[in-house]
Design a protein around this ligand. Sequence first.
Ligand code: AMP
Length: 503
Amino acid sequence: MDENLFSVFKRHVPAPEARLMETQDGWHLSYAATFEMAERFAAVLTGLQVQPGDRVAVQIDKSPEAIALYLGCAAAGAVFLPLNTAYTPAEVEFFVGDAEPRVLVASPERSAALRPVAAAKGACLETMGARGEGTLLERLREVQPGFAPVPRTGDDLAAILYTSGTTGRSKGAMLSHANLTSNAFTLVDYWRFTKDDVLLHALPIFHTHGLFVATNVTLLAGGSMLFLPGFDADTVLRLLPRATAMMGVPTFYSRLLARPEFTADLCRNMRLFVSGSAPLSAEVHKAFFERTGHAILERYGMTETNMNTSNPYADERRPGTVGFPLPGVDLRIADRETGEILPKGAVGVIEVKGPNVFKGYWNLPEKTQEEFRADGFFVTGDMGMIDERGYVHIVGRDKDLIITGGFNVYPAEVEALIDAIPGVAESAVIGLPHPDFGEGVTAVVALKPGAQLTEDAIKAALAEKLAKFKQPKRVFFVPSLKRNTMGKIQKVELRADYAGTFA
Ligand code: AMP
């Protein structure tokens, strides 16, 4: 049977005339209309010489038509490649150069800047706006419906999503049709989605969370989405009483809690709040429960793997944990260097295997090989442990990138400057949980014998050299930095030691 995700969704739809998406202005689109639009997109793409396996890159604003385009790419057998709308043309140039898409779809206001980018790489530039405008939508009106989806095997690629590179280089995660549909089947079941669900969709759709988790789960269950351009607390508060489920990042929930009008009564039809993509603090979990009576369900996934773990639907949702491995997902904790499998309670790198795990990084066979163990487990780069009851805890990223106020800080850059200060023996720069910035840059410094440096002296020495957001907010002194047998500083332990600094 055809495993094209478009065909899978179409086969499973319980009621084609049912509503799939509704915008905040009340415009709505049924399943049948969305599928028909997707087939027209497939016809348009095919007319633009897109062959099965070709990439179609898009940097467009969120709209119901963008979902139809995603499905249309699948129907055409093409590989959907969504790009963050915040990327500059220079950044898009890198992705276009790397992925060599046949077509680049840009929102109309970006088209002038992206036209030369597309032209330089031989890609065809089309435009598409969030209000029905653009060349791609004009072409859509000129083709006939009824495009027969290109059959795909489960292993054929459906999408490439670029990860935010922790060492500067962004990597394209290749996701197959079966990667996406298998995870959607699992989540529909695990989170008990049905055709009666109304999902409040306020996430971006260039990322796995909003594009795959939220959208694919709704599509497969036959439910509907209140499809918002982004998270706006007023709009969310207005629409909440109509919703049964919401998926969000932790800040959605803390922003709702900051509003006194956010009450249990507004959540009267809600059955499920899901959180992921970043750690949800136990405090927010607790405050949310006290306010609404709902225990937020935290889950853990990543671009490369789709969803790996989830707190249970019916059983205890433990704050500060990401729950259990999902059915079909094998998860283990291993020593990062040796690969030795660690027992319960021990901290190590989280490794996963299952139908959800991606096919590798586009154009990077060696990097792909490095990230997989010989027995097929993918090394996530997240450090974690499994507690005595089987709940998975994430304790931090292996990759030591710090994200503060949305900006990336590479510790090595700050460490090098600190190490250069006379009297410093060595330093480690880490990110610690910070209520305003997500993470606060923190330096842990060992001095040379006899040196007399203070916290203020270190900060002053860096002030002229580093952008403000990269400067440590706190500096701690230690006699020496802990290292493992391989000579590496144990940043996971350092983070644990100073975890409460900005609490
Ligand atoms: P992305 O590929 O952008 O989805 O980012 C994936 C990364 O986000 C994971 O590797 C984790 O580091 C982090 N992440 C996702 N969900 C959670 C969670 N519930 N708690 C903590 N970190 C998370």
